[in-house]
Design a binder for this molecule. Sequence first.
Ligand SMILES: C[S@@+](CC[C@H](N)C(=O)[O-])C[C@H]1O[C@@H](n2cnc3c(N)ncnc32)[C@H](O)[C@@H]1O
Length: 235
Amino acid sequence: MGDELTQLNHKERVDALFSSIAARYDLVNDIQSAGLHRLWKRNLSRRIGLVESERALDICCGTGDLTFRLAKRGGTVLGLDLNMSMLTVARRRLAKRVVRGEQLCQADALSLPCANATFDAVTIGYGLRNLADIHGGLSEIYRVLKPGGRLAILDFGKPPSRAVRAAYYQYLRWALPVFGWLFCGSASAYSYILGSLEKYPAQIGVKEMLLDIGFSSVSVTNIMLGTMSLHLARR
Ligand SMILES: C[S@@+](CC[C@H](N)C(=O)[O-])C[C@H]1O[C@@H](n2cnc3c(N)ncnc32)[C@H](O)[C@@H]1O
């Protein structure tokens, strides 16, 4: 798998990677975060505070965790993802839901199939880090948000403390590939997280990009000593 992946361009590589882990993605998420990702997503959804009359876009929705959480609070939510295998899991979960304010679509976050100023809120959970062009992805979000619309970005972070960062990187380097190997049969599928985090501008860099693009009320919250981060902003 690893050798095949290096032959592909970034988007194809990410797509192949998520195809290989889609079936076990939710399980591994629970294991690697000890279930805490649910709390972080709940917090994001509360902070976005979608109401009945509003429309939200959940970019890189994957298996739909955030999409469903947002819709539970009211409003309509479009979940968008590049990868068909992740969307298939999301569709299966959607079919079991009683109240359905959600829709799903396959598309590239770098070229959103949405008109300007369409959404009251946009969310992106553990997705921004995967984009080939992060500034381009944030600019697309700016384009589709209504003036005053809210943005929330949840992702891995870079802990400000060097000691915590070193310990955390060791966890990502050694423990995550073991989970990937045990539960998805592929260590390389989970070793990508550290590589993508090292390249990710994280707390400070993403905040600077948001300000550069024109977002206002930009804030960053460190979660668990900065191992995770939540950016909030308004168009
Ligand atoms: C780590 S998963 C996050 C899923 C979900 N948001 C969550 O929090 O559990 C990242 C998702 O981003 C999607 N993705 C990566 N690059 C993308 C792109 N260019 N456009 C749309 N989706 C993309 C992947 O297919 C994958 O489903």
